[in-house]
Ligand binder design. Structure first.
Ligand code: AMP
Length: 411
């Protein structure tokens, strides 16, 4: 299958050639003809499978074909994070390099000068890529009108349909015309999201590409370690296993900042990416990480979705993600575009039950290991024992006695 046989015009064929793509990826093969035909779509595809081009290329072609050059927004792409919005806007610009009329793509995201964005909008816009909060700000100021918008794309749709964005999404849907094409793209579509998406979509077609090939390329490791020893273990592994391009996920902004500081003190070339930083700093850190000027990026979950940084060798769950979906999104930062990679989760006594749940819901079952000199010590407390027994770990005498007593009680 070639891009040409999918019905793409010359100006797009030149753009994909310039990007170095030889043939369409499976999600592109499936999605491009359907998007071109104007269908509503619910597309499940792992990040790294080329899903941005799967919606951007046909949407650009439709835009050119229906071009009224009115300066009004024709396409709206929503993303849950600013970083992803910038990335998607950049993709639209590069895929649209050779269109007969240059389409105007504007990213409306928080944390950056609103005046610059107002200036860009004033000059006319075809495609807006936005995070919900900043877009609502523009609508309330009367600076953006979506009445001519005929395509709505939710990238990382499951996150946007999540409770955290519910109110903002409702406000935006009210500002959009009822008659429009809706495209939902995400690596995961939990049942709740499928139900919520029904109110958005009109007779949607569902497509999905097998997530397995990407996940299979990820070597997933689970290392048992006491919470207080995680920092030292991380530094040890970075050094002894020569990790070169690594994302470390923490649960909080403060956790990311502290860990970065400690890594830097230990001589690791690290940078932090979290929501408490000014946007300029966030952009700078991500940019440096992409250009491999820093080797370890310590991030909260704002980096877990959609970001396309090539050749990330290791993803570390320093703190476990809250949901199995986020586990999949996080580990998907590595092993992109056919590369291989490692995803390492640190778990202490307090994480055992939660990790078991992640495994169950993600349909995986991983061996636990320990690293010499960083062995997990101590006993789990009563409520930490909600988790299943740990594979490969010797049971303590106390555990054996407790199990025997419980068995005796049952019979
Ligand atoms: P995405 O899933 O949209 O984040 O894309 C992941 C990466 O795949 C990006 O770096 C794209 O430039 C690249 N990509 C997209 N489509 C293709 C293709 N057909 N062939 C090769 N690389 C591609």
């Amino acid at each position: 299958m070639s891009f040409r046989s999918l019905g793409l015009e010359e100006y797009l064929l030149s753009a994909v050639e310039k990007a170095g793509y030889e043939s369409p990826t499976p999600i592109q093969e499936q999605a491009i003809p359907l998007v071109m035909a104007g269908c509503d779509l619910m597309a499940q595809a792992q990040t790294g499978t080329g899903k941005t081009a799967a919606f951007a290329l046909p949407v650009i072609q439709n835009c050119v074909e229906n071009d009224s050059d009115s300066g009004e927004v024709a396409v709206l792409v929503l993303t849950p994070t600013r970083e992803l919005a910038r990335q998607v806007a950049a993709s639209f610009r590069s895929y649209g390099l050779f269109t007969p009329r240059k389409l105007k793509v504007v990213a409306l995201i928080g944390g950056e000068s609103i005046n610059d964005q107002l200036d860009q909008i004033d000059r006319g816009t075809d495609i807006v890529v936005a995070t919900p909060g900043r877009l609502i700000d523009f609508i309330e100021r009367g600076a953006v009108n979506l009445h001519a918008c005929s395509v709505l794309i939710l990238d990382e749709a499951d996150k946007l349909l999540d409770e955290g964005f519910a109110e903002e999404l409702d406000t935006l849907l009210e500002a959009l015309p009822a008659q429009r094409q809706n495209l939902l793209f995400s690596a995961t579509f939990p049942d709740k999201v499928v139900t919520l998406s029904k109110r958005l979509l009109c007779s949607p077609l569902e497509i999905s590409v097998d997530a397995e090939p990407t996940v299979e390329l990820i070597d997933q490791r689970v290392i048992e370690v006491n919470r207080e020893n995680r920092g030292q273990l991380l530094r040890h592994l970075i050094k002894t296993e020569s990790w070169d391009h690594t994302i470390v996920f923490t649960a909080t902004c403060r956790g990311a900042a502290n860990l970065t500081k400690k890594l830097r003190l230990a001589g690791v070339n690290a940078g932090a990416l979290h929501g408490d930083l000014p946007q300029a700093e966030r952009n700078d850190v991500l940019d440096q990480f992409c250009r491999r000027k820093i080797s370890v990026m310590v991030a909260t979950d704002i980096a877990c979705r959609g970001l396309d940084v090539s050749r990330i060798s290791h993803v570390v769950n320093y703190d476990l993600p809250r949901s199995p979906e986020d586990y999949i999104h996080r580990i998907g930062r590595t092993a992109r575009a056919g590369e291989s990679g490692q995803a390492i989760s640190f778990i202490g006594h307090e994480d055992m039950a939660h990790f078991k749940l992640i495994e169950k819901r993600a349909g995986i079952n991983l061996d636990r290991t320990q690293i010499e000199s960083f062995e997990l010590i101590g006993e789990p407390s009563e409520n930490q024992k909600g988790g299943a027994p740990v594979k490969g770990k010797r049971k303590s005498k106390k555990d054996k006695l407790r199990e025997a007593a419980a068995k005796a009680e049952k019979h």
